[in-house]
Design a protein around this ligand. Structure first.
Ligand code: LCS
Length: 393
């Protein structure tokens, strides 16, 4: 179906779908590693690109293609490249855009491994980096060198909820011929579309909001133009970062209800953030929907909603925070985010524990920071759960 002039939720349901000859409402799962050719010439034409045809699942598969087309459409990009995980997507970007002697600037509060892999693995290949506070455009500008090739952003950032001004960052990068990649995992295309601000690449851990049901791991990259898409796809195919058809089918199914899920989780999050902010045992709350967020106005301008991620600190620091985590009963004490269930976790000892304590401190990931991914359960139950856990502090 042509979804060109359709609304966002109509696109969620219909975009990119590849109809089969049996009229199935839902595309069957093409759980196959390879596809047979009609004859030898057909095979040769598929390989040369003269004719479009499926060859081998690492190179392309209808379920994977449906998902890629849908997310690319939602992000207003040229094409999507699905990957086995969010981290595979991150590494496709790094491997494609950074060569020996190149320099990357990243936000200092990325998802732990997105920063950790750059610090630990890429220097071996002669790649240089600086991680700065990208919520301050001046800090990005100060870090630019003649060999800077990539500005890597995450906004809102995991787990500090820091927000980078995408328009200002892109304008600065363009002046210096630097490509911009934005990890849009915390928002999903429903709440923010970085390519519309001029970014070159947008990336997601589809494990989170896009799939939304905590039952797969997956990633995707969307490139703004064909040349960049081809370069990134070459690396995905040849390093073998591809997704599996069943994984893609589940992600495409989950994507259909993205707006409904986020609307509900976001409505809950606003109430949870307000509850936490007014609770006597809570020290601070960071949520883009609260006026107290340091970039509240930017969030209103740049995002279509504040999302469903909240960071907060309890009076009494880590020990008090542990009491909360150990006493929730509805929320799961678990990493990951963006699913229908409420999750609570402690970044300094969990998702960001592999970073040095200095890196955590400069990025604003304090030992007392607790991260909540708010789900779609009844709001009374979520608040009662947090209220009970806080009463144990
Ligand atoms: N980017 C962001 C912003 C993430 O939050 C994650 C995972 C990734 C990339 C990597 O994606 P994956 O390979 O796991 O699909 N974030 C996690 C988190 O905060 N808790 O557990 C995983």
């Amino acid at each position: 179906m042509d979804t060109k002039n359709k609304g966002f939720t109509s696109k969620l349901v219909h975009s990119g779908n590849i109809p089969d000859d049996k009229g199935s409402a839902v595309t069957p799962i093409y759980q196959t590693s390879t596809f047979s050719f009609r004859d030898a010439d057909h095979g040769a034409r598929c390989f040369s690109g003269e004719e479009k045809g499926y060859i081998y699942t690492r190179l392309g598969n209808p379920n994977i293609e449906e998902l890629e087309n849908a997310v690319a459409d939602l992000e207003n990009g040229f094409g999507g490249i699905a990957a086995a995980s969010g981290m595979a997507a991150v590494n496709i970007v790094y491997l494609t855009l950074l060569s020996q002697g190149d320099h990357m600037i990243g936000h200092n509060a990325l998802y732990g491994p997105s920063r950790g892999i750059m610090e630990k693995l890429y220097p071996k290949y002669g790649v240089e980096y600086d991680f700065v506070d990208a919520t301050n455009i001046q800090e990005i500008e100060n870090a630019i060198r003649p060999n800077t090739k990539l500005l890597y952003l995450e906004t809102p950032a995991n787990p500090t909820m820091g927000i980078t001004d995408l328009e200002a960052a892109v304008n600065l990068a363009k002046k210096h011929d630097i490509l911009v990649c934005v990890d849009n995992t915390f928002c999903s295309p429903y709440l923010q579309r970085p390519l519309d601000f001029g970014a070159d690449i947008v990336l997601h851990s589809m494990t989170k909001f896009i799939n939304g049901h905590a039952d797969i791991v997956g990633g995707i990259i969307v490139a703004k133009d064909e040349a960049l898409y081809n370069e990134l796809k070459f690396v995905m195919i040849n390093v073998g970062f591809n997704m599996d058809p069943h994984q893609a089918w589940l992600a495409r199914r989950g994507l259909k209800t993205l707006s409904l899920r986020i609307d509900k989780a976001q409505e809950n999050s606003v109430k949870v953030a307000e509850f936490l902010e007014s609770h006597p045992k809570v020290d601070w709350v960071l949520y883009p929907g609260l006026k107290s967020h340091p970039q509240y106005e930017l969030a209103v301008r740049q995002m279509d909603g504040p999302g469903a991620m909240i960071s907060f600190g309890v009076k009494g620091g880590l020990e008090a925070g542990k009491k909360v985590m150990n006493n929730v009963k509805l929320a799961l004490l678990a990493v990951s985010l963006g699913g229908i269930e409420t999750l609570i976790q402690h970044p300094a000892s969990m998702t960001h524990s592999k970073l040095s304590s200095e890196a955590r401190e400069t990025a604003g990931i304090s030992d007392g920071l607790i991260r909540l991914s708010v789900g779609i359960e009844n709001i009374e139950d979520i608040i009662a759960d947090l209220d009970y856990a806080l009463s144990k502090v």
